[in-house]
Design a protein around this ligand. Sequence first.
Ligand SMILES: *[C@@H]1O[C@H](CO)[C@@H](O)[C@H](O)[C@H]1NC(C)=O
Length: 429
Amino acid sequence: MVGDGGGGGGGGGRKGRAFAVVLVLWGLMFSVSCVASRLESGSKQTLEVQKHLKRLNKTPVKSIQSPDGDIIDCISMLDQPAFDHPYLKDHKIQMRPNYHPEGLFDENKVASTPAAKERANPINQLWHQIGICPEKTIPVRRTKRDDVLRASSVKRYGRKKHRTIPQPRSASPGLVNQNGHQHAITYVEGDKYYGAKATINVWEPKIQQSNEFSLSQLWILGGSFGEDLNSIEAGWQVSPDLYGDNNTRLFTYWTSDAYQATGCYNLLCSGFIQINNEIAMGASISPISAYRSSQYDISILIWKDPSEGHWWMQFGNDYVLGYWPSFLFSYLTDSASMIEWGGEVVNSQPDGEHTSTQMGSGHFPEEGFGKASYFRNIQVVDESNNLKAPKGIGTFTEQSNCYDVQTGNNGDWGHYFYYGGPGKNPKCL
Ligand SMILES: *[C@@H]1O[C@H](CO)[C@@H](O)[C@H](O)[C@H]1NC(C)=O
């Protein structure tokens, strides 16, 4: 489609000169065609990137320039990426869940903990300082050219590498450091689960290299850990490759085939249907907890609506963000078979040594409140749509000298755990 004009002229005169001219022309044509093919593959990539950006970035009703450099586009709810999915062409958007799980813990009642007192200032997203999105629109973090170019390919942008799931059951020394992913998690299995909840301490862990990340999240898992693993994930992450900075961001992920062909982060593919106009997936969270200082946390609830079967997500007490339609999944159309909560980092082993990328606050669980990162009030949703304390909690970490996890249980925090660590240290090399 991109044409390059080029003219060729004739040469005349004596034979020798003609031959030289031909040689020169031939040389010229050769180098021109080299440049042209380079240009063409360059412009092919440019075109591919442009097409992808056009698919992702819908025409906004309004745009908000966030202080962190993001542009938040308010796009009409009906224009959102989900509706590019062929199965969703005639989908009637649901503006609220039919059921909401009944809870053990009323967050507003729990006011005696240090963290609760600190929560006088509600956690926020940075772009709120500049503006809001109108009703019937949703805020979408605009994908920039550079975001896509940082990915290994246009196709891989917004997608996880294969098989990054922590798999406690098959944990064995031989599996340590599989794919360089390291975890410190708690989990439950052996029952049917219809959702999970947690309140997650928010930090900004240091990332040693831009191809690594550090996240804290919950996993709703269906199926065995084969090629058809279903997973719904949400939490916060620092991921320089995905976002181009070191900010802590709210994120979601889903896949129905163990991260192979389906699923993505946030709204970077068709899948999640957002109904909320206040919270943007992938946007920076603020403020962030500081060591021996103010602590902040976010709460995330994901549950399956018993009537429609969709998986809904709520952020904090006030924001029902939207839902993953049931048809996206196989096992999860029925129920989840495992729930995990905790941290994950990529250890790319630069220089053959363990990375110093931090998990959680970058401090070990022993340090406790204000220093180590926590999950509190971890709960599961049962068949009757009740939030319950998880039974038979297990813990898992590949190398506890790098990142560790410690569970506890008390009246204020219900089931909780501290997790994380600094990565590289004298006992983790
Ligand atoms: C992110 O942090 C690392 C060090 O932890 C730093 O080298 C890098 O420049 C930072 N990246 C950006 C985009 O700020």
